[in-house]
Design a protein around this ligand. Structure first.
Ligand SMILES: [Zn+2]
Ligand SMILES: [Zn+2]
Length: 231
């Protein structure tokens, strides 16, 4: 199915998401003119992060992103024509950063060896996870809520603390939507929404589109991590 039609049908059947869809669509449109800035080559990037320092925390890259941001923000804000509050400001900032990073750097293929619980590109904690079929079973990939990069991480255990004890993890589910589950850590009381299928990444690896799973977790007093809205 065409991605755009897919997400439109999905929002139709999840009408509580309509306002969110509208807002994110407007932001997407407002940043759509932004082209990625120049980054080192993929191989150079892999070397740059070897010590665990994400790309955007390297002085040279950081200053170029900041410079572009200072120039672009006012344009984006003006074209959005909305009342700007702190939330919107954060969404705009990260939508711009997302556009400034070349697509090829966001692919998990680039980051197979990173194996950390924060984004190799911008350094944020992941907001979503995906279980993908691999030769030896299933592997877990994490998705950055800020710059959309994906990278591989441990298959089991908490994504946010060092709890690897499965006795101290449990799962929450919404019966009608088996595509996604919530992996809960009983040690740090955080959770990560986990897409356990493949094909509808545009929906199930999008934070706002899976908001009802956050509501379920919120009812249980669990902490959300990785969202650009909260940290
Ligand atoms: Zn990131
Ligand atoms: Zn934990």
């Amino acid at each position: 199915m065409n991605d755009e039609i897919g997400i439109r049908n999905y929002v139709e059947s999840h009408s509580f998401l309509k306002e969110h869809a509208k807002l994110y669509q407007s932001i997407d449109n407002a940043v759509s003119f932004i082209e990625p800035i120049e980054f080192p080559t993929i191989d150079e990037c892999k070397v740059l992060v070897k010590e665990g320092l994400p790309l955007l925390q390297h002085e040279d890259i950081k200053s170029r992103v900041t410079e572009a941001m200072t120039k672009l923000s006012p344009q984006v804000i003006q074209s959005l024509n909305m009342k700007i509050n702190e939330t919107l400001e954060r969404l705009i900032k990260w939508a711009i950063i997302d556009r400034l990073i070349p697509k090829e750097l966001k692919s998990s293929d680039v980051w197979e060896k990173w194996l950390k619980n924060y984004c190799p590109v911008c350094g944020r904690k992941p907001v979503l996870a995906q279980l993908r079929k691999q030769m030896e079973g299933r592997a877990r990939y994490l998705k950055c809520g800020g710059c959309s990069t994906m990278w591989r991480w441990n298959r089991l255990g908490c994504t946010y603390c060092d709890n690897e004890d499965l006795e101290k993890m449990h799962i929450l589910e919404i019966e009608s939507e088996s595509e996604m589950r919530i992996d809960v850590c009983d040690e740090c009381h955080s959770y990560i929404k986990t897409y356990n299928k493949e094909g509808d990444e545009d929906i199930y690896l999008t934070d706002w589109a899976t908001l009802h799973f956050d509501l379920l977790a919120e009812e249980q007093n669990l902490h959300k991590v990785g969202s650009v809205l909260i940290d």
